[in-house]
Design a protein around this ligand. Sequence first.
Ligand code: HEC
Ligand SMILES: [Cu+2]
Length: 356
Amino acid sequence: MKKWLGKFKTLTLLGLLTIVLAGCGKENLTALAPKGGSADTSLYLIILTTTVMSLVFLAVVIPFVIVLLRFRKKKGDADFIPEQVEGNQKLETIWTIIPIILVVIMAVPTVLATFELADDADASEHININVTGNQYWWHFDYEDEEIATSQDMYIPVDTKVYVHLITSDVLHSFWVPTLAGKLDVNPENVNTMFMDAQEEGVYYGKCAELCGPSHSLMDFKVVAVSEDDFDTWVTDMQDFDSEELELDAIATEGQELFDSKSCLSCHATDNQEYQAGSLPIGPDLTSFADRSRFAGILLPTEENLVDWIVDPETIKPGNKMTGAYDVTEEEAEKIAHYLMQLSPSDVTADSVDQEK
Ligand code: HEC
Ligand SMILES: [Cu+2]
């Protein structure tokens, strides 16, 4: 028994790993449960290629195993060299043509889909969002609507949404597995693709290109809301004016600190001075309190916010905010209290995400 275990240790371990890892994954972070047309196409291609490749695998492995078992030398068999066969034109033709056919079966739909998913001929008739990847956060510029936001990208359901991707620094990759395929984010050329969400919800996005020490924390969310809610959100974002907020005493102090500690030089708090194409140095905080997560990974609570403002480096190594200012914990609490008032709309990530 022990010997048997030893022999199959690697196999047993791999088997266990498969079972354990199969438990990972989230419904809103998987390409295997698509909620958008582009993701449907990707899943179709995944299934097609996996099927073809599995068939090839079986076609090779099954005869191989049969031959191995049936024709092996048994005890008592005489020593002899079997007849040596070489050069069979028929066989060679067959096993050249079959793979060519299989490659065509996989290549044609893949190439067609690749062109179709990158086709932006009708972009101007739909929602367009200029997306900029930054170490380690995402900026979303809605030029037609004249608003900008960061970290949470709002889109209407059942609508084609074009994202035009570029980076302000190193290479990133934009990936919302449940809604669409992933696309590189390059510094010089804009890469475009479209997506649509078939259901309301909060879909998780990832940076899929190693871009620095906090690469794995460069998360974002796509908040898909009904078309009416999207219009409401856009109007709320346009109208929101952080100067006109009715603030209590602590928040007022927080707002003053936000200015005097130079936070305002990197962060916008409303869209009153929106300029198409302009990129802030840090995330736009207009809808900060409505975020699904901030800094990619933290729940927007005052407590988390104080931790972040006091010491962002521990939470996100290598981020571009560390060391840019000096605040005490007490000041951070006041600023945090102020930032939690930045809630322009009732349409929030929370309003569509039941499981958060
Ligand atoms: C030099 C520019 C700069 C200054 C000054 C600055 N920040 Fe930032 N801030 C950033 C950058 C860059 C990020 C993105 C960090 C990341 O996620 O990698 C950020 C992230 C944040 C976030 C998280 C936003 C989100 O939704 O993910 C908050 C909140 C924040 N900063 C608050 C502040 C406050 C408060 C101050 C002033 C005490 C401040 N920042 C000063 C650049 C700056
Ligand atoms: Cu990245």
